[in-house]
Design a protein around this ligand. Structure first.
Ligand code: 5GP
Length: 187
């Protein structure tokens, strides 16, 4: 059975990575590790959470076509390494991309089989609280992420499905049910 890309998008802090982690319990779902110019947060490991690149290196790879998609988010660049993703889809896997909305648009145009889910917070206030309480970003960075989030929420209708993250496990179950349906349909 052919694989497909599973794009999980939504505002920063909405819980897409946590939903992604739960989906990865399914051995036929693999996560793409993105490249970024953002410095590592506490506990993040190169090659596991991200490939941490310096800006010239990132731009060189972008120019050489090594990313399936790439985008600027806040002050930083993010991109999906192409060879891993293409290889894994060819082998029949569901390849999970946890990315922001500009990248999601590019992936839809990349010509690979693709399904996309947008994760919404239950409320604006819940998103603010989550970004503040995770304690990983500076006040400036949080303000920037919230500013970007307004535009991102307006893009929800571009996605095949929208899941509200009221409860992490429930949201992950909903995404998993969508994936199972897409698999059954031969994607
Ligand atoms: P963070 O700095 O919080 O890890 O990521 C910031 C935003 O960039 C999040 O919305 C995250 O999903 C997104 N992102 C992470 N990797 C990629 C990528 O490879 N491409 C794109 N377009 N966005 C990404």
């Amino acid at each position: 059975m052919p694989g497909f890309l599973l794009v999980l998008s939504g505002p920063s802090g909405v819980g897409k990575s946590s939903i992604g982690d739960l989906l990865l319990k399914d051995p036929a779902i693999v996560r793409s590790v993105s490249a970024t110019t953002r410095p590592p947060r506490g506990g993040e490991r190169g090659g596991v959470d991200y490939f941490f690149l310096d800006p010239p290196d990132f731009e060189r790879k972008a120019k050489a076509g090594e990313f399936l998609e790439h985008a600027t988010f806040g002050k930083n660049r993010y991109g999906t390494p192409r060879p891993f993703v293409e290889g894994k889809v060819r082998e029949g896997n569901v390849v999970l991309l946890v990315i922001e909305v500009q990248g999601a648009r590019q992936v839809r145009d990349a010509g690979l089989s693709c399904h996309s889910v947008f994760v919404r917070p239950p409320s604006w206030q819940a998103l603010e609280e989550r970004l503040r309480s995770r304690g990983t970003d500076s006040p400036d960075d949080i303000a920037r992420r919230l500013d970007i989030a307004r535009g991102e929420l307006a893009a929800a209708a571009e996605f095949e499905a929208v899941v509200i993250n009221r409860d992490l496990k429930q949201a992950a179950r909903e995404v998993k049910a969508l994936v199972d349906g897409w698999r059954g349909g031969g994607a």
